[in-house]
Ligand binder design. Structure first.
Ligand SMILES: [Zn+2]
Length: 464
């Protein structure tokens, strides 16, 4: 049966105003799921999302929770039948807190358009993704009676918290999420007008390390000299974890790292990394050089290299410091790991490396924390090729293959549960969206292109 994509895309375009109204309605609900916030708006947001999915023509729409989690919303269309592929569309309806409201140019929960962008908390991250999915399904139902493949939609309610109930959620509802391809509409495009498929994500591990010298604090005058200072020892220990550029060079912490393939190296070199913009975004002071291996392109350092951050140190504050030598000092380390690395193995190697040191002759102990694996999608998989084609048609320009230095907690457990599923990570944000920040915004024309791309994808997967 021919896939009537043209009439579906016409329906997407005709539904532009309605989608915009749906998005604004969702963005007026301050669905912050963080502990300490009123849970009522998150519940109202889940109700509104459920109503949206029903209006889009999805069947079996229901709210799902696990172990007291904020509500997720699920709906499906299985008209295509058991032999047809299934596409799972993912977004999340919870948002970050607004921060100081007086710093916003317009109120965070009153979506406001300025210069082609819609400003408000959640307008981009990730209510734009919620409505993109719903409107793509609605267009297929309207123009063709049903989507050409089986479609499931899952809208999470606790992504901004790091999905703390994910394991319980997957234990209870994981089978429902089985799919051949998963579209995660929660990432950043390369720039306005240029869509992207993100195929690399770094993983992250954390380790807590303690340096100990004595059973109690002692006077720095009476004992200083012969009694070594654990804070100084900790500083020496931490300083030796990276080289003079801050690059991670200890072989055990680079174990398994795969270098860019020839094609990737070509793509990295071809991308026009804007250092000025990167410095502005990060607030890097003038004259401070970029860190990491200076021989590698900055994008490779962010996407494909391990990087170490001291996340916190337990020590007296300068305001309360007295003239004493502390008995112990403790730091929590975060290590981002690159493609090819085994996060658990690297975490354990970091523990062994730390415990083998004895700065100033002191005792070092280390405790392994969390380990999230890096993620890599096969960009030659037919579903990924379909997504790239769908983005090219939706935006009218070729997409960029990107990495991302951060992590998405959902991916690895979902992938290990459904190993044959292909993850398709696409943007609704652009580098000006300021997700999580003051004056978050959505580029409306790109958003319409994103809605078209999701609709195109369903047709392309059916056609292959
Ligand atoms: Zn998000």
């Amino acid at each position: 049966m021919p896939v009537p994509t043209d009439s579906v895309i016409a329906a997407v375009d005709a539904g532009q105003d309605a989608a915009r109204r749906d998005l604004e309605a969702l963005c007026r609900i301050p669905s912050v799921a963080f502990p300490g916030y009123d849970p009522a708006p998150v519940a109202a947001s889940a109700d509104a999302v459920a109503a949206l999915l029903e209006r889009a023509g999805l069947h079996g729409v229901r709210q799902l929770a696990a172990d007291g989690s904020p509500p997720a919303v699920y709906g499906e269309r299985t008209d295509a039948g058991a032999g047809a592929p299934t596409v799972l569309l993912y977004a999340h309806h919870d948002v970050q807190p607004a921060g100081p409201e007086e710093e916003w140019t317009s109120p965070p929960f009153e979506p406001t358009e300025r210069d082609g962008r819609l400003y408000g908390r959640g307008c981009a991250d990730d209510k734009a993704g919620v409505v993109a999915h719903a409107s793509a399904v609605a267009a297929w139902v309207e123009a063709a009676g049903a989507p050409p493949v089986n479609v499931k939609v899952i809208i999470e309610g606790e992504e901004e918290l790091g999905s703390p109930h994910l394991d319980a959620f997957l234990a209870d509802h994981g089978d429902l999420l089985a799919a051949d391809a998963v579209v995660v509409a929660d990432l950043v495009n390369w720039r306005v007008g240029t869509p992207s498929l993100t195929y690399l994500l770094r993983g992250m591990v954390d380790v807590t390390v303690t340096v100990e010298s004595a059973g109690h604090a002692v006077h720095s005058g009476m004992y200083g000299g012969p009694v070594p200072d654990p804070l100084t020892a900790l500083a020496k220990l931490l300083a030796d974890l990276t080289d003079s550029h801050g690059a991670v060079t200890i072989p055990a912490l680079r174990e398994g790292l795969r270098p860019p393939r020839p094609l990737e190296a070509e793509r990295l070199a071809a991308l026009d990394f804007d250092e000025r913009r990167f410095r502005d975004e990060s607030g890097l002071l003038d004259g401070v050089p970029l860190g990491g291996d200076p021989h590698l392109p900055p994008l490779q350092r962010i996407w494909m290299e391990p990087s170490l951050t001291v996340l916190g140190i337990d020590a007296p504050t300068t305001a309360t410091a007295s003239n004493s030598i502390q008995p112990r000092a403790r730091a929590k380390l975060g290590l981002r790991v690159g493609p090819g690395q085994d996060a658990r193995a690297v975490r354990d190697a970091l523990v062994r490396h730390l415990e083998a040191q004895s700065p100033l002759g002191l005792r070092v102990s280390a405790t392994p924390g969390a380990a999230g694996e890096p993620y890599e999608a096969d960009v030659d998989h037919p579903a990924a090729r379909a997504m790239l084609d769908a983005l090219a048609e939706g935006y009218g320009t070729d997409p960029v293959l990107m990495g991302c230095g951060g992590s998405i907690p959902l991916l690895e457990p979902l992938q290990s549960r459904h190993p044959d599923a292909t993850m398709l990570l696409v943007g609704v944000e652009d580098p000006d969206s300021r997700a999580h920040g003051i004056d978050e915004s959505l580029h409306l024309a790109d958003w319409h292109a994103a809605r078209r791309s999701v609709a195109h994808l369903l047709g392309k997967i059916a056609g292959r």
